[in-house]
Write a protein that binds this ligand. Structure first.
Ligand SMILES: [Zn+2]
Length: 121
């Protein structure tokens, strides 16, 4: 699978996770300025990160390309959506870290879609 194909898949899963956020009423909590992309520089265990440019509402979701490619090959939609939704919840108001507010956001998603988004991963 080449980069372009992977990137297309990445876009599809982003759309899907956005739809899920809509269905639980969380979509409006996302900042306006979010750039999501496959990231080639992670080494080791890091799967994804939500990165904020301090003092702005500018966010990035960096998703490890190696993990993504593995999960696409395995057709492991659950891990991909779990990771994306985990990171999106960090971008919502009060969602920094894995505190009370973040747990409340992921709790809504877990309940609605019978998922198990957790602090780790
Ligand atoms: Zn996290």
């Amino acid at each position: 699978m080449n980069y372009e194909q992977l990137n297309d898949k990445f876009g599809d899963y982003l759309d899907k996770s956005m739809t899920m956020l809509k269905e639980v009423g969380l979509i409006d909590l996302l900042p306006d300025n979010v750039n999501c992309f496959l990231y080639e520089k992670y080494r080791g265990r890091t799967i994804a990160q939500a990165v904020n440019y301090i003092g702005t509402d500018r966010w990035e979701m960096r998703f490890c390309i190696k993990h993504f490619e593995t999960w696409v090959k395995e057709n492991n939609e659950l891990e991909i959506l779990d990771t994306m939704l985990h990171e999106f919840c960090h971008m919502m108001h009060g969602g920094f870290g894995h505190g009370k507010q973040w747990l409340e956001y992921v709790g809504k998603i877990n309940e609605k879609f019978n998922m198990n988004i957790q602090r780790l991963g």
